[in-house]
Ligand binder design. Structure first.
Ligand code: M6R
Length: 609
C-alpha cells in the first residue's frame, strides 16, 4: 500500500506540507515513514513507526528544502525498519514508491552487475538505481524516469527528485493511484487528494502509464504512448473538518456513531420520492438494469460481506441469479462469463488492487456492463465502471470498516429493489413499505447505539478470551462473518463465523466454556432453527451471547446472555444487527489497549495484491 506525497515551491520550505500530507495518508500504511528534500544537497530523514515520530526527527534535524518527496510505508518487501523505509537513494537521486515491482529480483541482479550496491531489502531500491543509471544516457530526469519505468513490471506510483536538477519533480503511475495538485508558485503530487487539501483543491488525476514532469509553474504529462497529453483539472470537495476526531476517543468509535447520519445522507437520493428511479445509479441505469439477467458481485473483506447480504436480497426480492466472488480469487479463475450479467464491484476506497483487477478481468470476459458502489468519488473504481452509486459515508479513517459497510448495504438494498421493480417483481405497496423502512432506518440505528452500555458489559467478559465463534443464518450469516472480522481485526481475538446449521458438521467440537459463541437472532423464518442450534451449544457447556429480536423468546439464563434489539424491518435487519457487533469489537479492542484505528499489520487501503 503506502502513501506518497511530494511538493516543489518557489517561496517556502515544503517539509511541513509533506509531513501534513503524510499524516493524511497514514491510512495507507503506518509502519515507517521518511522524507527527502534538496537544499543544496539531497537530505533524507527516516524513522520506524508513525508519521509523528518522523515529524520529531525532522524537527530535530531542522530539515528544510523547497523540493521534496515523502512516504508512509506498509511493508511488503523487507521488514519495517529504518533501512527499508523510503525514500531510497542512489547517488543524488531519491525515490518514493507505492506498489510492487514484480521483476525486482532480476533487476537487482542486473543492477548489481552494473556496480550498484543495495542497502535495503525493498523492491523499490531497484527503481532508484535504475533511474540513476538512465541519467548516464539521457539529459533530463523526466526522460530518465520514462526510460526506467519501461523496464519495470508490476504496479507503481513513484515520485523522484535529483540533487543535480532541483527544479524538477518527476512522478509516474501504473496500477497505483497518483494525482497532481496545482498551486500558486508551487505544485504537488500525492496518492490521494486528502494529502493536499490543506494546500490546494485543484487536482489532476493521472492515468496508468502517465509520467509527469512538475516544476514550479508547469506540469507536463507524457502518456504510455509517449505523447504529451492534457488531463482534466477537477476540484476536490474533500473537507478537512470531516477528518477531525471531535469528542471521540477513536475514529472507529466516531464512525460507528456517525452511521445514522451516513445512512440518512446515502438515502438523500430518494428523499421526497415515493417511488424509486433508476437514475440514482446513473443515466444509463434503466437501460442496463432492464436487460440484466444475472448479477455478479466482486469485492474484498468487509465489502465482500456486503455483497453476500446483497445476494440474499437480489435473489429473494428480484428473483434474479446473483453470484458473489472474492475479488482476489475471481481474478485468477477461468469464470464462464454470461453476456447478460451485470458485474458489480463494491469498495469503500475504490482503490483496492484486487477489486480493480477483478473488475478489469470481468470486463475483459464480456459481461453486459459494470457498476460500482463506492465511497470515494474520484477513485479509480468509479472511473472504471459504466454505472456507479456513491455512498455518502464521508471519510472513513479507522482501518476497520464500519459506516462504509452499512451505507454499502443501503445502496445494495436500493439496487435490489430497483432490479425487482424493473423486472416487475415489486408491487407498488411493497415498494412503499420498503422505502418507508429505509427512511426509518436512521432512527432505528440511533436506538441500537443506545445499547452500548450493555455491549460494554459483554466486552468486559469477552476481551480476556482468545477465541470466539459467531453464528448467523440466512442473510445474517454474512453479518456474523462481519462481526468475526471486526473482532479479529482490531482486538486480535481469533474469531470464526459459521452459518449456524453448519456447527454440527465440525465446529461444535470447539465449543467449551473458553469458546464464547455470539449469535445473531432476528425474527425471521429461520429463528426456530437457530434456537435449536443455540441449544446444541448450551448442551455442550458453551457460553452464549445472543443479539435477539425483542419478540423472540430466548431467555437469559446461566451461560445465556441476551441483548434485546429494537424493532427493525426484516429486510433491513442485517444493517441493524451489524452495529452491536461493531461496538463489541471496538470495546474489546479498547479493553485490550490495542491501537483501534491502526491495527497491527494492516492498512486502510489495500492497493497491492
Ligand atoms: O476499500 P475496500 O472496501 O475495497 O476494502 C476492502 C477491504 O480491504 C476492507 O473492507 C477490509 O476488509 C476492512 N479493513 C475490514 O474492516
Amino acid at each position: 500500500m503506502c502513501g506518497i506525497v511530494s511538493a516543489i515551491s518557489a517561496t517556502r520550505n515544503v517539509v511541513p506540507i509533506l509531513i501534513q500530507g503524510l499524516k493524511r495518508l497514514e491510512y495507507r500504511g503506518y509502519d515507517s515513514a521518511g522524507v527527502a528534500v534538496i537544499n543544496g544537497k539531497l537530505q533524507r530523514v527516516r524513522s520506524v513507526g508513525r508519521v509523528i515520530a518522523l515529524e520529531a526527527r525532522v524537527a530535530d534535524d531542522h530539515l528544510a528544502g523547497d523540493i521534496g518527496i515523502a512516504h508512509t510505508r506498509w511493508a511488503t518487501h523487507g521488514v519495517a525498519s529504518e533501512r527499508n523505509a523510503h525514500p531510497h537513494i542512489s547517488g543524488g537521486v531519491s525515490v518514493v514508491h507505492n506498489g510492487i515491482i514484480e521483476n525486482h529480483a532480476e533487476m537487482r541482479t542486473r543492477l548489481r552487475d552494473m556496480g550498484y550496491e543495495f542497502l535495503s531489502d525493498t523492491d523499490t531500491e531497484v527503481i532508484v538505481h535504475l533511474v540513476h543509471s538512465k541519467l548516464n544516457s539521457t539529459t533530463t530526469l523526466h526522460s530518465a524516469v520514462r526510460l526506467a519505468v519501461t523496464e519495470l513490471s508490476g504496479a507503481y506510483a513513484i515520485a523522484v527528485i535529483c540533487a543535480d536538477d532541483p527544479q524538477h519533480l518527476v512522478v509516474a503511475r501504473n496500477g497505483a493511484p497518483l494525482l497532481l495538485g496545482l498551486g500558486n508558485g508551487e505544485n504537488y503530487a500525492a496518492s490521494d487528494a486528502a494529502a493536499l487539501v490543506a494546500v490546494t483543491r485543484q487536482i489532476v488525476y493521472l492515468e496508468d502509464g502517465d509520467c509527469a514532469d512538475i516544476t514550479l509553474t508547469s506540469v507536463q504529462i507524457i502518456d504510455a504512448q509517449g505523447k504529451t497529453v492534457q488531463r482534466p483539472i477537477s476540484r476536490t470537495t474533500q473537507s478537512d473538518a470531516a477528518v477531525e476526531l471531535g469528542g471521540y476517543r477513536h475514529y472507529m468509535q466516531k464512525e460507528i456513531f456517525e452511521q445514522p447520519t451516513a445512512v440518512a445522507n446515502t438515502l438523500a437520493v430518494i428523499q421526497g420520492d415515493d417511488s424509486l428511479t433508476p437514475a440514482i445509479f446513473g443515466t444509463e441505469a434503466e437501460r442496463v438494469l432492464r436487460t440484466t439477467k444475472a448479477v455478479l458481485i466482486i469485492a474484498c473483506g468487509t465489502s465482500y460481506h456486503a455483497a453476500m447480504v446483497a445476494r440474499y436480497w437480489i435473489e429473494s426480492l428480484a428473483g434474479m441469479a446473483c453470484s458473489v466472488e472474492i475479488a482476489s480469487e475471481y481474478r485468477y479463475r477461468e469464470p464462464v462469463a454470461n453476456p447478460h450479467t451485470l458485474v458489480i464491484a463494491i469498495s469503500q476506497s475504490g482503490e483496492t488492487a484486487d477489486t480493480l483487477a477483478a473488475m478489469r478481468y470481468a470486463k475483459s470476459r464480456g459481461h453486459l456492463a459494470s457498476l460500482s458502489i463506492c465511497n470515494v468519488h474520484e477513485s479509480s473504481l468509479v472511473r472504471a465502471t459504466d454505472l456507479h452509486f456513491l455512498t455518502q459515508a464521508g471519510p472513513e479513517i479507522g482501518v476497520a470498516s464500519t459506516k462504509a459497510f452499512t451505507t454499502q448495504l443501503v445502496a445494495l438494498s436500493l439496487l435490489a429493489m430497483l432490479i425487482a421493480k424493473l423486472h416487475k417483481r415489486l408491487s407498488r405497496e411493497r415498494e412503499q413499505e420498503l422505502l418507508n423502512d429505509l427512511r426509518y432506518l436512521p432512527t432505528t440505528l440511533c436506538r441500537i447505539l443506545e445499547l452500548e452500555p450493555q455491549i460494554e458489559r459483554w466486552a468486559d467478559k469477552l476481551h480476556t478470551l482468545d477465541h470466539a465463534l459467531f453464528l448467523g443464518r440466512g442473510m445474517h450469516y454474512p453479518i456474523a462473518m462481519e462481526g468475526a472480522l471486526k473482532l479479529k481485526e482490531i482486538s486480535y481475538i481469533h474469531a470464526e463465523a459459521y452459518a449456524a446449521g453448519e456447527l454440527k458438521h465440525g465446529p461444535l467440537a470447539l465449543v467449551s466454556a473458553a469458546m464464547p459463541v455470539i449469535a445473531v437472532a432476528p425474527r425471521n423464518t429461520l429463528i426456530e432453527k437457530l434456537k435449536s442450534n443455540l441449544q446444541e451449544v448450551r448442551a455442550r457447556g458453551g457460553e452464549l451471547y445472543v443479539l435477539a429480536d425483542r419478540n423472540v423468546r430466548i431467555d437469559e439464563d446461566e451461560g445465556m446472555h441476551v441483548i434485546r434489539m429494537p424493532d427493525s424491518s426484516g429486510f433491513l435487519s442485517p444493517i441493524a444487527y451489524t452495529l452491536p457487533l461493531q461496538l463489541l469489537a471496538y470495546h474489546a479492542a479498547v479493553r485490550r489497549s490495542n491501537d483501534v484505528d491502526k491495527p497491527r499489520n494492516l492498512a486502510k487501503s489495500v492497493t497491492v495484491e
